[in-house]
Design a protein around this ligand. Sequence first.
Ligand code: CP3
Length: 354
Amino acid sequence: STVRTSPTPTSADLADSAFLRACRGEPVPHTPVWFMRQAGRSLPEYRALREGTPMLESCTRPEQVVEITMQPVRRYGVDAAIFYSDIMVPLKAIGVDLDIVPGVGPVVAEPMRSLADLAPLRPIEPGDVPYVTESVRGLTAELGGTPLIGFAGAPFTLASYLVEGGPSKDHAATKALMYGRPEVWHELLGRLARIAAGFLRIQVEAGASAVQLFDSWAGSLAPDDYDRFVRPHSEAVLAEVGTLGVPRIHFGVGTGELLGAMAAAGADVVGVDWRVPLAAGIDRVDGRPVQGNLDPSLVFAPWEIVAEKAADILTAGQKAPGHIFNLGHGVLPKTDPDVLARLVDFVHTESARG
Ligand code: CP3
C-alpha cells in the first residue's frame, strides 16, 4: 500500500485555489502567478519532447499535451496551468487548410475574403477534437488542486490570420475587409465567435476551471472601430461561456485604450499589457480583477530590476479586487527558465508578507 505524505487535493481545494479566488475578487493567501506561453520554447524539456513533431500534430497527442502542459507547473510552481494547444487548432479541426510554421506563425493556405470563402467555418463539435477532451480530462486528474485554464482566440485575432493568410503587423487586408465589405466581415466574425465559444465549451465541459479569450491583435483597432466591428462578436463568445460558471479572462496586446470596452464585453478578469501602468489599467476596468503585467523583456535585466518592477506591480495590484500576476504578453523564447522560477518565488513570498 502507498503512504500519502500529503492529502489528495479535492474539488474544494481547487475552488479555493489562490488563482480562482483572485478571479472572483476574494482575499488570497498570496498573489497567484502564471505566465502566458509558460509551456513552450523557453523550456529545454519542451524542445526535447517536441523534437520531430510538428506543432499542430503535437496538439492532437494527449500524452504530449499533458506532459507539455505539466512541464512549467512542475518547474515553476505556478498557480495555474494553461492548456497546451493553439488558437488555430479549432480551425484546423473543422477543415481549414492551415499550418503553424516555425519562426513564422500560423499560415493559412487560402485567405478568406468573400462570403464563399467562409464555407469551411462551421460550428465545432466535441467529436472534431476528441484529443482535446481526452487531454483536458487527463490534465485535471493530474493537476488536482491546480486550476487548468482553457483558451481560445477571439474572433478578431482569428480573422486576422484567416484574412491576411498569415501574421501581419498592420492588419491592412483585415481592415480593408472590415470597412469595405461589412456584411462579409460580420458573417466571418459571427462564425468565428461560434467556433471560439464551442472550443471553450469543450474545454470547460472536460474540466477546465477558467478560460482566457485571447484577442491578441485587437490593439491595432481604434476604440470606435473596436466597438462597432469587433466587440459584439467577443461579447457573444463571453456571454455563451458565462453560462458555464467559470471565470472569463480577456486579454489583448496594446489595448490601453480598449480596456474598458474589453471589460464591458463580458470579462470577469481583464489582462493588461506592460505598456499600461497597472494602476491605470485597474481604473479602466470598472472594478474587475486584473491580470498582468511585467514586460516580457524585463526578465533579461539584472535581478534587482526585475524584483523592483515585480514589487511595484504587486503594490499596484492591491488596488484591484483581485490581481493575478503575469507577464504583459507571452514568455519570449530566449527567456531563462531560472529567472521565471525565481520570479514565482518572489511573487509568492513578497505578496504573502503584504
Ligand atoms: O503556454 C502556453 O501558452 C501554451 C499554449 C499556447 C500556444 N499558443 C502554444 C504555441 C497558447 C495559449 C497559444 C495562443 C496563441 N497562439 C496566441 C494568443 C497568445 C499570444 O501570444 O498573443 C496566438 C496569437 C497564437 C498564434 C501563434 N501560434 C503564434 C503567433 C505562434 C508563434 C510563431 C513563432 O514560431 O514565433 C504560434 C506557435 C506556437 N503556439 C508555439 C507554441 C508553444 C511555438 C511552436 C514551436 O515550438 O515552434
